[in-house]
Design a protein around this ligand. Structure first.
Ligand code: AMP
Length: 194
């Protein structure tokens, strides 16, 4: 296996509606590394009606998390592809303590250095308004409506928010203010990981 100690590995954390997807696309482009979104991978699988898609559809429709083993397998396969040799950006993974531990193990096995973890923080009411707007503008996502927004935020608070402490303790966390224009937030992220 190639030694990836100098690979650029970025993890974007942040609640639904924080602008993770938009920022992930911009940051991965700036750094020249693939943008890996577990949500996008699973939505594509559902569209294709693949084996993975059939297994995960009910979770996405309900706004709850897909079981750790399933999503970890998806990531394991994706980050072992050659286009990830120089690094990659993870958007929407890890989302639980178990996924974070599994990722650490995978990165260690691949000979990668520590990931740079960015937490995009945005006040809750702003998040709810943004998700509702996204649904009204026809995002095409079955989970972009007020009820689902509240549920996905609850899941985030319970399962994913504790990861910020996990990465803070490991000394890998960079906190970035997610309020402002797309360009402003993007500049903050780029300087936080430079
Ligand atoms: P996202 O596009 O990142 O908001 O993800 C949409 C949905 O996909 C989530 O509500 C979950 O059902 C599922 N999902 C995405 N990433 C993960 C993950 N890392 N662990 C479990 N479920 C996930």
């Amino acid at each position: 296996m190639t030694d990836k100690v100098s690979a650029k590995i970025v993890i974007l954390l942040g609640p639904p509606g924080a602008g993770k997807g938009t920022q992930a696309a911009l940051v991965s482009k700036s750094l020249g590394i693939p943008h890996i979104s577990t949500g996008d991978i699973m939505r594509a699988a559902i569209k294709e009606n693949s084996e993975l898609g059939i297994k995960v559809k009910k979770y996405l429709d309900d706004g709850v998390l897909v079981p750790d083993a399933l999503v970890t397998d998806v990531i394991k396969e994706r980050i072992s592809r050659q286009d990830c040799d120089k690094g990659f950006l993870l958007d929407g993974f890890p989302r639980t303590g178990e996924q974070a531990l599994q990722l650490n193990t995978l990165l260690a096995k691949m000979g990668c250095g520590a990931a740079k973890v960015v937490d995009i923080s945005v006040p809750e009411q702003v998040l709810i308004d943004r998700i509702k707007k996204r649904g009204e503008q026809g995002s095409g996502r079955s989970d972009d409506n007020a009820e689902m927004a509240a549920k996905r935020l609850q899941v985030y608070r319970n399962e994913t928010a504790p990861l910020t402490d996990f990465y803070k303790k490991a000394g890998n966390l960079r906190e970035v203010d997610g309020l402002g224009t797309v360009e402003q937030v993007n500049e903050r992220i780029l300087s936080a990981i430079s």
